[in-house]
Design a protein around this ligand. Sequence first.
Ligand SMILES: [Zn+2]
Length: 353
Amino acid sequence: MSSAGDRRLPAMDTAVLEFVRRRTETTRVEIARELGVTAATVTNSVKRLLAAGLLWESGHARSTGGKRATLLRVNDAARRALGCTIDEDRLSLVAVDTTGALQSRVVLPLADATDATEVVAGVREGLAALVPGDELSAMTGIGFAMPAHLPEEVARALGTLTAELDVHSVRGREATCAALGSFWSGEQAGSGLSGTLHLGSTTMLALLLDGIPFRPDSGRPLDHIRVDPDGPACPCGRRGCLHLYVAPSGIADLSRTALAASRGDESAESQVRAAALPLMRIAANLATAVGLDTMVLAGTPVQAAPAIYLTAAQQYFAPDDATRLVISQVQPHPCAVGAAVLALQTFWTTGRR
Ligand SMILES: [Zn+2]
């Protein structure tokens, strides 16, 4: 087994690294000013990050009178991480570099996402396609975006697989991973409060504060928020629950309908529009209640038919709204990219892993 635990980056180093990543190129003076810490703190932190190969000095800033400041950049080749998301009908796996940029991707069909043997075989096949076997243990880690209600035996089997492959693994909620994938892909502003409404195995809202998951394990699925007390009966015993409108026949089916809509099928288009409107009403209410700077819509149906969701959103989000609206378009899957980011953030080390 690998042992990175004792070499984890101090929180200050992680903050510095994240700041440099967002700026692409910056100086020690700017880092100290923007993070509100002393020059000595930044100097020590940068020294560790340079020694670890995570940052490099890329030149000198233009002179402002005194000595020219050294420019710093993230060494994008320093680390690689993997992300995996398990949807009802497919597995998506990605490899990203230190900056979160997508390097390679694999999507594999799944007949039964609750079958541990099939899921493990799929992940193994996907990893073999993404990373040559002898490089696997050099990866920083793998993140799994976990669907709600995934049988415990599938989770256990994935744990056994990653232990056997000697790769660190971390699990996150789908919505949290979708939020991180969107943030690291540059879809959101660098600071402020963002909410990502993710259509996956459940519909959930994940909050990021300045790009960091805010209480990632709190919050509940929005599926049984009541949209219409006279609506269709829900298995929960009540009527008119949100999921009956958002994805009446399941997310995989809605994604297929959304794809047909994007190819010009008019009946599919009206079905997706009808599904999008109640969702957007809830989204707008949440954005106002929480005071979001950015509201991100994510999930495979949204990705398949972004224009329909955007038009539906415009019914509820005014152009002068305080909340900026983003339709997430992270390829191949925001959760897979976000899960890899989660692995990067969890297993940042000063070691050469
Ligand atoms: Zn219900």
